[in-house]
Ligand binder design. Sequence first.
Ligand SMILES: Nc1ncnc2c1ncn2[C@@H]1O[C@H](COP(=O)(O)OP(=O)(O)O)[C@@H](O)[C@H]1O
Ligand SMILES: O=P(O)(O)OC[C@H](O)CO
Length: 499
Amino acid sequence: MTTEHKYIVALDQGTTSSRAIIFNHSGEIVGVAQQEFTQHYPQAGWVEHDAIEIWATQRGVLTEVLEKTGINPSQIAAIGITNQRETTVVWDKNTGKPVYNAIVWQCRRTAGICEQLKRDGLEDYVRENTGLVVDAYFSGTKVAWILDHVEGAREKAENGELLFGTIDTWLTWKLTRGATHVTDVTNASRTMLFNIKTLQWDEKMLKALNIPASMLPEVKSSSEVYGEAKVGTSLVPIAGIAGDQQAALFGQLALEKGMAKNTYGTGCFLLMNTGEEPVKSTNGLVTTIAYGLNGKVNYALEGSVFVAGASIQWLRDELGLIRDAADSEYFASKVDDTNGVYVVPAFVGMGAPYWDAYARGTIVGLTRGANRNHIVRATLEALAYQSRDVLDAMQKDSGLELNQLNVDGGAVANNFLMQFQSDILGSKVVRPKVIETTAAGAAYLAGLAVGYWKDLDQLRDKISEDRAFEPSMEEEKREKLYKGWQRAVDRALKWEQED
Ligand SMILES: Nc1ncnc2c1ncn2[C@@H]1O[C@H](COP(=O)(O)OP(=O)(O)O)[C@@H](O)[C@H]1O
Ligand SMILES: O=P(O)(O)OC[C@H](O)CO
């Protein structure tokens, strides 16, 4: 294939926005288009997206970025898809219409189904075979909920008329006009329905949740041609698929055992590549598939924090304390500390390492002197404390000491946060020049599949450091602050009562 004038497009379908990013052969970004879409909160702790709006915004940004850059679809060598994971779409394969809104990864509505699975004694089985903990986060219980609550859905599913997919599957199906119903191993490993040892859908889990196998997509590697998308008058191969956190790991080229990254977006996700063998966590992390490439899979340990950058949006949209996410750095830097205030943003329960669907957000340590700056600062600091929680667990599980943390995602633009992160970890934090590593990972996977890039060595020199943050806090102060955080978390846990 000629690489002249050719590009790779990454479609990055995130929790809050859809993005299309064009990369050239040097791995540089030549165009970006982005569109936010509506978040639906029908009840406390519930989160939904309209799958049609997801498709419309994703399609819209693809058209927009081509128009903006003047690149013709015929110049695109391949499309890579990366996506918010776990979010669940069920649609009618005849009409192409979703039978219900997409149930988002953050949604807690299936906590009760999870309690039942635990009572049925499935916890150990789930951990051993899917690598996960029993939690409403993952797709399986969301599919079960749709089949049980949408009128006529179960009957149609049993007649083979309904399809299930995570967002990668939904987009691929739409882009190929219904010709392709696939997912990749990384996304499959987030469903709680996939056996990460046999790399097959897990019959016992399907039975436990009463989900017909006919709804499930075919599971493929993360880098191969899955189908062709019609873009304008051209047919463009879709050649890379990976969940966004795995794509970010790939985009940071953390491809060797022991390499890790932390992504600060809506949530925070710390992943460590553990090589070709799955490592079982005993400290509240999950085992997941990092990527499937060249006939093999690599595994990762993951610590998933449900609310990170989303708490900065909460300061902006719900409390009105800031006008723009970037303002948080200005207000936090106006004070020397939080004046004893801690914010625990457990808006949708807490993920790793606590796994408590009943935790709720809390602010503690308020005194008459507490002001906006302290609350903004405490909210930013919570991102760093939550990352320390998972990093400590990761070090215990892996037996490795991470003396450097590679970071990416929208919130790493915040220098205050990065410095505090380094201080509270006591280790170096390294921010790359290109923080769009998620999209880069999807582009690399697609480019490798079609021979646009021969191998990853061609890309290694493209990753360069923007800034390194070194710890400057005294050990005694660090541990005192962190102990305060742990006490604050205790207040947030198990706040909501089980129905
Ligand atoms: N300067 C900043 N300081 C703190 N948070 C920020 C800043 N800029 C963006 N964010 C947060 O980062 C998130 C957006 O990052 P992004 O990687 O695009 O997320 P996602 O892929 O989850 O949609 C938002 O939640 C936003 O509040
Ligand atoms: O869309 P993001 O970047 O918030 O990522 C969401 C995760 O994939 C959820 O597991």
